[in-house]
Design a protein around this ligand. Sequence first.
Ligand code: NAI
Ligand code: MG
Length: 340
Amino acid sequence: MTTQEMHLCVIPGDGIGQEVIPAAVAVLQAVMPQVQLTFAEAGWETFQRTGNALPEATLAAARRAGVVLFGAVASPSHPVPGYRSPIVALRREMDVFANLRPSRRWPLHDVRQDIDLLIVRENTECLYVGRERLEGDMAIAERIISRRGSERVARVAFALAAQRKRHLTIVHKANILRVSDGLWRETCLAVAHEFPHVQTDEGLVDSVAYHLVRQPGRYDVLLTPNLYGDILSDLAAALAGGLGMAPSLSLGEGCAIAEPVHGAAPDIAGQGIANPLGAILSVALLLRHVWQRGDLADTIERAVEHVLARGWFTPDIASPAQKTVGTREMEQAVIAALGA
Ligand code: NAI
Ligand code: MG
């Protein structure tokens, strides 16, 4: 993609999505003024106003741009007729099959200093295909693992591992789930042969969870099926500064969705205190992995490091006695530090 072709569809969504996404966009525009932005709406507010949580115009804008920056949506906890989660629908529509969730050390109190890893989570299969049914008093959920689905995410993970510390751990539970995780394990190990310079090992998901808490430094890239990756990546995020700091990027064939890991946070929405760093770091992932601008991604990550080292914290990452700043001040501090 040349610089002239960089289009981004921005979907702030609900709650703090509307606060953190403008901050991330401001940082992106500071490093890449030529990016072409289209703003689109989705979420609970949109549903209440229009009866559709993911309007056709939003889908069309996302398809046109191919690259989306998404905030968060608030999904009601009770079933609402006609409502379906727009982010789940959008991920499915764009077939973003590889979810990247890095966790690394930041100069924060109360976080692990020995963590720098990347979880690559299969994003379309496993129990999340939603094939559930009741048979009398028994609930049955189908778990889908396909060779094609496993292979395509494994290739992404190994290619990324080759650019990092060349160490990848295949996560599974094939000792119990011999058929489904067996196929996952076998397929990932076959892809490993294409990357002989990446040191490959494997771990049972429960054991990986244990070691992640005890000694996260032993891992670099963790390649996981959907459910295990969902759980392990929240664990890793908790070790590395919490939800407010956690970025993610979902990759498909020629398309991508960058989004902070957190949700709409109704408990703090509208107060101007949401941490925008997860969203800002998601933009850095987009620059590095989609637009091949690792240099600009490094610039943003260095600025974040600099700002934190100087003692700028939003309330979620501050210790009790520390002075805190709001979303907008954090955004401005990061922009000011881009040249640092
Ligand atoms: P949440 O991530 O919104 O909030 C969990 C806790 O973390 C809250 O106390 C919140 O204040 C805090 N937090 C999260 N992000 C923060 C940030 N950037 N800065 C400071 N504090 C932050 O998860 P929760 O409460 O489970 O869900 C709230 C709503 O968000 C629900 O409607 C849920 O469906 C939705 N949600 C949407 C997601 C998405 O759109 N991808 C993901 C997760 C939840
Ligand atoms: Mg989750």
